[in-house]
Design a protein. Sequence first.
Length: 251
Amino acid sequence: MKGRHFLRNHLTVDYDAIADSYARNRKASDQVIAELRAFSPLTRASRVLEVGCGTANHISALVDAIDCGGWGIEPSDAMREHARVRGQVSVSKGTAECIPYEDGFFDLLFSVDVIHYVPSPRNHFEESFRVLRSGGWICTFTDSTEMIRSREPLSRYWPASAKAEIRRYHTVETLQSNMRQAGLTNLTLREIRKESHVTDPAPYRQKAYSCLRLISDAEYEEGFRRLEDDLKKGPVLKTSEYVCIWGMKPQ
């Protein structure tokens, strides 16, 4: 079932099938890179791993910014093919619960919009604990329930997508509890937000956002029609929000 992510509500998203669309339309988030640089003590000597790196947008942007060592793991073969175009990052096949690196190898491990695909976050955090050095950090970028409900433009035009997302996302409280159980300490919550505007409907037509693949065709087409109608009047608000859950492996 390579490249096929199983969700907690038994729906699936096949990332092999959408890798080309994802590579064309999804870019690294500036606020994610800023958060990683601001909170963690990264240097050129740091070793950083992105879990579920997809096409390696974020880890590549971080390497470009800091010139640190960059690694990624990704289960989808097609996503890894796109990621390998970025020569400055070493990308391997792996999952959040099975990271193919030695104990204590990384200074920082992070994931962006990945944890909701993981059936057992505790297993992921235990594996992350293993590959982090003493004093190393982990950051999980995810969405709170309220963030999902208020997403622009996704939850406005496709409200059914919000319901599907809430079913598949682990709560922030659950993730924090799992991190503590795995032995991570110094847990810190931070929120980041950025507003921009949609002027081109192409990413939504190509369903570059996985939640649009979790609703019916009728719901999708109705939402897209309304988005196109509103874009004829002017740009449409777009929000990008994350809860950043930080934790440290004790010294």
